[in-house]
Design a protein around this ligand. Structure first.
Ligand code: HEM
Length: 164
């Protein structure tokens, strides 16, 4: 039924907007703003960790919806495996799925790092400067990789949509 298809595409689009828009907002708007209003890197990282955990409450359900609706949208192709590697559409979709799997792996690593014990350690300054710097650069790098992969996934979605 066309209305069901439209609702599934809508759910896929809303979830993509939350996932990509939210992570871009944190990286491009919030992180630079915090630099101007916080007193120390410890305070900044503790706020970013708290924001990340709060964002995950909608980001994780969005990612789950993206996967479920994405599998549904791919089902026509996935039931005809011979078309997967013999068409551009199939190849791009496979690349998209691989990137989503990589994204999930990196996201899990990111979530495990920003658990609440870490935030407490940072706030109570229990961490050595060396491990704090390492933690900070890991969190920043993983966050950047997540945003970059998400934007590439959107490009692949555009290629699929245009039937390239
Ligand atoms: C971070 C994860 C994802 C993002 C940001 C994302 C984003 C998008 C966007 C913006 C569209 C365009 C809407 C449309 O044309 O219908 C789309 C379409 C689509 N997505 Fe995703 N998606 C994600 C994950 C997935 C996954 C996991 C799958 C498959 C298992 C998938 C399969 C599809 C398919 C088949 C289409 C339709 C393309 C077309 O023929 O127009 N997506 N995606």
């Amino acid at each position: 039924m066309p209305i069901i298809e439209a609702l599934i595409t809508w759910a896929h689009l809303v979830s993509a907007a939350i996932w990509v828009g939210g992570s871009l907002f944190i990286g491009v708007v919030l992180a630079p703003l915090l630099k101007t209003i916080t007193e120390s890197a410890e305070q900044r990282l503790a706020i970013m960790i708290r924001v990340g955990r709060k964002f995950n409450r909608i980001a994780i359900p969005s990612l789950v919806i993206l996967i479920i609706t994405g599998i549904y949208k791919s089902s026509n192709l996935l039931i005809k495996p011979e078309l997967i590697f013999s068409t551009n559409y199939g190849t791009i979709l496979v690349i998209k799925i691989i990137l989503v799997i990589i994204l999930i792996g990196i996201f899990i690593a990111h979530v495990r790092i920003i658990r609440s014990q870490i935030e407490k350690k940072i706030e109570s300054k229990e961490m050595s400067n060396d491990s704090f710097q390492k933690l900070r650069s890991t969190i920043i790098s993983l966050g950047r990789i997540i945003v970059i992969i998400s934007v590439i996934i959107l490009l692949l979605a555009a290629l699929l949509n245009e039937g390239i």
